[in-house]
Design a protein around this ligand. Structure first.
Ligand code: ZN
Length: 411
């Protein structure tokens, strides 16, 4: 490894010959996004691939396990199912937080790849079988019927899944939030402790690969039917909650609602439509799990016990805000999939619903979580959310919100 370090705070002004025209009608006209760390002359984006995992890559290089100039061999990595292109891909305002061509890099940018340019996919599409005990319960209860194609008798479900890394077009992100691009870039620079100097030194670079988690899509049914107006769509838009999703913690409704959403998706696929679960890496309302656990303690130790009326206040005391998920970027993935209407929407969040409808995506039927699926300790959360405007058939009144319903910390 050379001892020489190139600082991006004092950039070479020889701009990359690889121009980006965000929202251009074809991949070739848009141009490849190049985050090459070994050839600065090719770089036309800020940041690095793999989100926060770039730090593990650094450890791999530092420890000698990985060559710093390794380039991926993309043989046989093409999407298992074709997705797009859709007309939405060529509107620079509709998709600003992912690269719509991110799964088609190996074919669309074969020429620059062959010429030695390090272009990497930011999306991968594959197939899988999933199995959850809740789905077996749904079969046993007669709510779901195995069909041998989508749902097997043993509870296996055939899915298509896609992993998506964030790719931010900074002028579009700034516009979405109603702020100046320069102000956005400065905040990104400062809040990452100066990790990406090009945010402020290279205003000509408009695309940023942020060091955050992305999303995973689980799709049920014939994915090639996406993008047709007659295709009926069911969807659960889910933000990661490791404690509930994986470990079955009962303080919230996350896993029960996710499982219910998957049930709704399977039904839709069996009726000839497409089911979609969007799983966002936005742990603890994008506040992170440390903040989340601090809030749990504050809720359960507060005078008067864990109750809905102070649910959001306890989060605000620790985090300064109630929520950092900012659903403004939510519509992008639906535009990527060519979706203009969602027939069954398994979410009660008014913020998620508002973000979609503001982006011109119609939501026909909203499907709340069935009451019997709400764990006892999660009553605090669900009552607080309903009182704050979440979609439901019943809104609890203030006297009910004052009643402690959550377990104590040591119970
Ligand atoms: Zn949760």
């Amino acid at each position: 490894m050379s001892a020489h370090i190139v600082l991006t705070s004092h950039p070479r002004r020889d701009a990359s010959s690889l121009d980006i025209r965000w929202g251009a009608p074809t991949a070739k006209e848009r141009g490849p996004l190049v985050a090459s760390l070994t050839n600065p002359a090719h770089r036309n984006v800020i940041g690095s691939h793999s989100g926060s995992y770039a730090v593990y890559r650094a450890l791999a290089v530092a420890s000698g396990a990985l060559r710093r100039d390794h380039r991926p061999d993309l043989t046989n990595t093409a999407p298992a199912v074709n997705i797009g292109p859709f007309p939405q891909w060529s509107d620079p305002d509709l998709i600003v937080s992912l690269d719509p061509w991110g799964h088609m890099v190996a074919t669309e940018f074969a020429e620059p790849l062959a010429a030695g340019v390090d272009v990497r996919p930011t999306i991968a599409v594959t197939r899988a079988h999933i199995n959850m005990p809740e789905l077996k319960d749904a079969i046993a209860a007669g709510r779901l019927k195995p069909d041998g194609e989508i749902l097997m008798a043993n509870g296996d479900v055939r899915v298509t899944k896609a992993a998506i890394e964030p790719v931010w077009y900074l002028p579009g992100i700034a516009k979405r939030f109603g702020v100046k691009e320069s102000a956005l870039r400065r905040c990104l620079f400062e809040q990452t402790a100066g990790m990406f100097p090009e945010l402020v030194t290279r205003p000509d670079l408009k695309v940023f690969l942020p060091p955050i988690g992305g999303m995973t899509l689980y799709m049920f049914g014939d994915v090639t039917r996406l993008g047709r107006p007659q295709t009926r769509i069911a969807c659960r838009l889910h933000d990661e909650c490791n404690g509930s999703d994986v470990f079955g913690s009962d303080i919230c409704t996350c896993r029960p609602y996710l499982a219910h959403g998957i049930e709704v998706c399977i039904e839709m696929a069996q009726q000839g439509g497409v089911g979609l679960v969007v799983y966002n890496r936005k742990e603890g309302r994008a506040l992170g799990e440390v903040t989340k656990f601090l809030v749990y303690n504050a809720r359960k130790r507060q005078e008067g016990g864990d109750r809905a009326e102070t649910y959001f206040l306890r989060t605000e005391c620790v985090a300064g805000v109630q929520d950092m998920r900012f659903q403004e970027l939510t519509p992008d993935v639906f535009h990527w999939l060519g979706i203009t209407r969602i027939d069954r929407w398994a979410s009660m969040s008014n913020m998620k619903h508002g973000a979609l409808t503001a982006a011109g995506i119609e939501v026909v039927e909203r499907v709340p979580i069935p009451e019997e699926l709400i764990p006892a300790d999660a009553r605090v959360e669900i009552d607080a959310k309903k009182a704050a405007g979440y979609f439901s058939t019943y809104t609890p009144d203030p006297s009910e919100l004052a009643v402690p319903k959550g377990r104590g910390l040591d119970e």
